[in-house]
Design a protein around this ligand. Structure first.
Ligand code: NAD
Length: 980
């Protein structure tokens, strides 16, 4: 059939469907119900919509009426301002006092539950039987999907499987009560949909194979029962992050149960690569002679996918124009229908145009009716579902089942979907867009330029985060690690005045996970080499200071380009030399690139002499320039990024540098210097002087020719540097400036309304990522009494899933700590923790070589305990129980460190108050407290955590320069040039 002929028939079919349901409205838009009125308010008022979505989201954890009314007040204002729709539900406005408040809370709770019931079929098994029977009588088939909290622990994953197994048993017994529906004679009556990641809490694209097999193990158990019961199993597609894993799980499951056709997968038409995925799956099915089934949807995570991709610097994986998704849906449906002998289609859409397209395409291809069906979400688009049932005879309702409370996330998604401007249902039933427009061929609208990324065009952009969903990225790591290993063990010389300098004193740099593996023998500088390096740097200084800023910035940009080219090689070296996990290592290298590019751009901005104090007859120009010889002393924990940040800031501002890496990461330090050499840095401008802090640290700091010391490390060493840098030594011509970023004792507060699905994994990532060896790491978690036990239970259960082992395997969330000294110190603190508090969890540690310490969580810690005051710099987390928010905030601020902090809360007032009163250099609200991004979160602490210079921020470079103001009297004999 010609294409425009098909399109004409689709429009005719769609028009007929519209005509058949012309007088009906879905319950959601029925203003006689509370839900309908609330939806109406949402449509007219975006502020209300945001508040409502947030309120519905927090509602499940609010346990008392007082808490509910308090949140209503915070989200919607007090009684007078309360939107009538909320007040009317309670038949009262202005009643947030104690008695009225309780009534209001009760009324609103009832209304929200009613709203949830609109979308959720049943909460308990006994309700389920009757509702299913009723739907069957009304002529609808069903697919059941179990709602729940995010699966964080093995126990929660097991519960998910158990729930499905019980559900299957229940439905198998129930099905005898149902009549076979016309058109669905060949379809199994029992139909289950599952979320694959809920079976396995460790699912993570970095460990692709581990994730696939981890999901398959429990899923296989369910599949066996599904086959035995003759039911249907559909594997849902979740976020793009898990798409590759889900497709692979599906292929393997299909292959295992080759002869059983009723196992399907959902595909999302809104993904840009969905058509390729479909083609791949069909080719696989044909080659394997294995029938498959596809539930074709448009996709429910559009906002999430676009926001996340923009934050991580990735191309947006979803189509940004709605019509593009609609057009892709039609094309994909047509491809499946053409392959109907091997692929069954479930058309899951409420869009009448999409449905009509499937009906007409199937008719034109003469596809037997048993090879395609229609699915709709329970609680939505009731007129459409009735219309399609009348037209096609077979409609399956996708029914969420489970407790309303954990099901709220689902409810929020549905509300978002229904109130989106481009929602077909909204356009159809609320805005009453004209039928011709709604039935227009989406292919004719498709392909307009994306708008989402445009707003993001700025000069500096962060290096994109690593994307392990791409197989080439996953494969790059083992290869790069093997290469790095093959080059290990070499002698690493100093670099002074453009030449390698070898010394006989050497320090072996070891792999913490395998200390017998030596990455390099790093030559150590003594006093003679320090003198030589200082002399070289001092001699190179005048010319380097005089070089145009653009030239110095150009050098940084060339280094950034080189690092980017070698990103896997550089990351692999970190995996081996300091034991970073793949993602952590990649993030460190990406941050180094960011520092280089950000400081290059900043210097170009600062290099323009700025006019100050404009008055006629006088010109004032402010110049900034390098101070002289800078000593850069770096820690091991961000071996490339921090070193590179300090070195590049010192260089780009016109200083010459002596760089001393940590003794634990000398090989990485040397690589950094090689990159600058390759980028053409002149001789003497950057000198590499590795050495023991205790031996050459004082020599470097005391040297009279040194103008500036940039240090990142411990409070102990930082203090010493500040003290020693103060006195003037003979021959010294300027005061030394010290830039110091020091330790932390960072706290995260868990408010009584926190979202534990978020708080638990984020606290764990903040506390134990890279073995807790980050200055920003969470080492205290202060939990409000009301939520303490629930939080701690999930925290510990989730911590149990963390597997310890060498960092080079992506299956290990945690590896060995940096060296033997760190290991000893941490083990000592474990003993302290046992005395001061109660050990809640201590992980097993791997056998064999490696600087292993367990991941440990202590409860019952008080603010005066050592565990609550001293920086441990390892995977030890102290849990403090606070009576209320005031106390939590006071405890958080009670230590002299003030580096990072965090709060998980859904109370707008507490969030605002933390912003004002939680006094740390970097405060994070409702997210992890590590992973500051250059340019977005200028990083550094106050108190004893540092001198407040904020690396990666707009004022950082100023600390590396002196300012000079030149004032010229421009008046000559009474004439002054005009002031512009
Ligand atoms: P550290 O203080 O032991 O060592 C830092 C550097 O100082 C190393 O290069 C070391 O060799 C050198 N050093 C040691 N003694 C010296 C001396 N007497 N004079 C001069 N230099 C000397 O710290 P570390 O173990 O490498 O790093 C961990 C510490 O760094 C933690 O306290 C952590 O919180 C802190 N840190 C802070 C930040 C931040 O941005 N605030 C970032 C990373 C690490």
């Amino acid at each position: 059939m010609a294409e425009n002929d098909l399109n004409r028939r689709i429009i005719e079919r769609g028009s007929a469907l519209f005509a058949a349901i012309a007088d009906e409205k879905p319950a959601l838009f029925n203003s006689a119900t509370w839900t309908g009125r609330v939806m109406e308010w949402c449509l007219g008022n975006t502020g209300f919509k945001t508040s409502l979505l947030r309120f519905v989201d927090v509602f499940p954890v609010l346990t008392s009426h007082a808490q509910i009314t308090d949140h209503i007040r915070q989200y919607f204002g007090d009684g007078q301002e309360l939107p009538p729709v909320l007040a009317r539900g309670a038949r009262m406005a202005g009643m947030l006092g104690s008695v009225g408040g309780a009534l209001l809370a009760r009324a609103i709770s009832a209304n929200i539950r009613e709203m949830a019931r609109q979308f959720i079929l049943a909460e308990r098994p006994d309700e389920l039987s009757d509702r299913l029977a009723a739907l069957n009588r009304a002529g609808f088939a069903v697919a059941l999907d179990v709602l729940g909290e995010a699966t964080l622990s093995h126990a929660e994953a097991e519960q998910y499987l158990t729930t499905y197994l019980q559900l299957l048993e229940l439905l198998s017994a129930e099905q005898s009560r149902w009549t076979t529906l016309p058109g669905l004679e060949e379809a199994p009556p029992v139909h289950l949909a599952v979320k694959p990641t809920a079976f396995f809490p460790l699912a993570n694209p970095m460990d692709f194979e581990g994730s696939v097999s981890g999901i398959l193990a429990p899923l296989r158990i369910l599949a066996q029962q599904v086959v035995r019961a003759g039911a249907f199993l559909c594997i849902d597609m979740e976020s793009h992050r898990f798409k590759g894993i889900t497709l692979e799980v599906y292929r393997r499951l299909r292959a295992e149960f080759r002869d059983y056709p009723h196992i399907g997968i959902a595909l999302q038409a809104y993904l840009r690569d969905s058509e390729d995925d479909l083609a791949g799956l069909l080719a696989w099915a044909e080659e394997q002679r294995t029938p498959i089934a596809v539930r074709l949807v448009k996709g429910a995570y559009w906002d999430y996918e676009t926001v996340r991709a923009q934050q991580l610097g990735w191309p947006v994986p979803v189509r940004t124009v709605k019509a593009d998704s609609d057009a892709a849906f039609e094309r994909m449906a047509a491809v499946i229908l053409k392959h109907h002998p091997i692929c069954h289609l479930a058309c899951a859409s409420h869009n009448i145009r999409s449905i009509a397209a499937v009906l007409e395409t199937a008719r034109s291809l003469r596809v037997p009716e048993s090879r395609y069906e229609f699915q709709m979400l329970y609680g939505m688009a009731e007129p459409v579902r009735r219309g399609i049932r009348a037209e096609a005879g077979r409609v399956r309702l996708y029914c969420p089942y489970g407790e309303l409370v954990p099901g709220m996330g689902y409810l929020v998604r549905r509300l978002l979907e229904n109130t989106a401007n481009e929602s077909f249902l909204r356009l159809t039933f609320k805005d009453q867009a004209d039928v011709a427009r709604l039935l227009h061929d989406p292919a004719e609208h498709a392909g307009q330029p994306a708008s989402v990324m445009e707003a993001f065009a700025e000069e500096f952009r962060n290096e994109p985060a690593v994307d392990f969903t791409r197989s080439e990225v996953r494969e790059a790591f083992p290869a790069a690690i093997a290469t790095a290993r093959s080059r290990s063990g070499q002698i690493v010389p100093l670099f002074i005045n453009g030449r390698d300098v070898a010394t006989t004193d050497r320090l072996a740099s070891r792999n913490p996970n395998r200390p017998s593996e030596i990455l390099g023998q790093v030559c150590q500088a003594g006093s003679a080499e320090v003198e030589q390096a200082v002399a070289a740097a001092a001699a190179a200084f005048p010319a380097w200071r005089a070089a145009p800023a653009a030239e110095r910035a150009g050098c940084l940009r060339r280094v950034a380009a080189l690092v980017r080219e070698q990103i896997y090689e550089q990351a692999a070296l970190q995996v081996l030399e300091i034991g970073k996990q793949w993602d952590q290592a990649h993030a460190d290298v990406a941050e180094a690139i960011d520092f280089l590019e950000y400081y290059a751009a900043e210097m170009c901005r600062l290099a323009v002499p700025c006019a100050v104090g404009v008055v006629p007859g006088e010109e004032n120009r402010l110049y900034r320039e390098g101070r002289g010889v800078a000593v850069v002393i770096a820690p091991w924990n961000f071996p490339l990024a921090i070193a590179c940040g300090m070195v590049s800031a010192a260089l780009v501002t016109g200083n010459t540098v002596l760089f001393k890496p940590s003794g634990l990461t000398g090989v990485i330090g040397r690589r950094l210097v090689e990159l600058f050499t390759a980028a053409g840095i002149p001789d003497g401008v950057l000198n590499f002087v590795p050495g023991r802090g205790s031996e050459i640290g004082d020599l470097l700091v005391d040297h009279p020719a040194v103008a500036l010391i940039a240090f990142t490390g411990s409070l102990e060493v930082g203090q010493r540097i500040v003290r020693r840098a103060a006195p003037l030594h003979p021959g010294q011509r300027q005061f030394k400036r010290v830039i110091a970023e020091l330790g932390g004792k960072n706290a995260v507060i868990i408010d009584d309304d926190a979202d534990l699905d978020e708080a638990v994994p984020q606290v764990l990532a903040s506390a134990f990522g890279f073995q807790g060896q980050k200055c920003s790491a969470c080492s205290r978690v202060i939990v409000l009494e009301a939520i303490h036990d629930r939080f701690v239970e999930r925290l510990v259960e989730t911590a149990r899933t963390w597997r310890l082992g060498p960092a080079e395997s992506p299956a290990h969330a945690m590896g060995a700590v940096a060296d033997e000294a760190a290991q000893r110190k941490i083990l000592e603190y474990l003993a302290v923790g046992r005395e001061e508090g109660r050990l809640l969890y201590e992980s097993p540690v791997p056998e064999g070589e490696g600087y292993w310490v367990p991941l440990a969580i202590f409860g019952g810690i008080r603010p005066e305990h050592r565990l609550a005051r001293e920086e441990i710099f390892g995977p030890v987390l102290a849990v403090l129980r606070a009576a209320d928010f005031d106390q939590a905030l006071a405890w958080a601020n009670a230590v002299p460190f003030a580096l990072t902090g965090g709060l998980f809360s859904r109370s707008p007032e507490h969030i605002a108050r933390a912003g004002r009163e939680f006094r740390v250099g970097n405060l994070y609200l409702n997210r992890a407290i590590t992973g500051a991004m250059v340019g977005r979160q200028p990083f550094g602490g106050a108190g004893l955590s540092g001198l407040g210079t904020k690396a990666g921020g707009p004022e950082y470079l100023a600390h590396f320069m002196d300012q000079r103001v030149v004032t010229e009297n421009t008046m000559r004999r009474g004439f002054a040039p005009a002031v512009s």
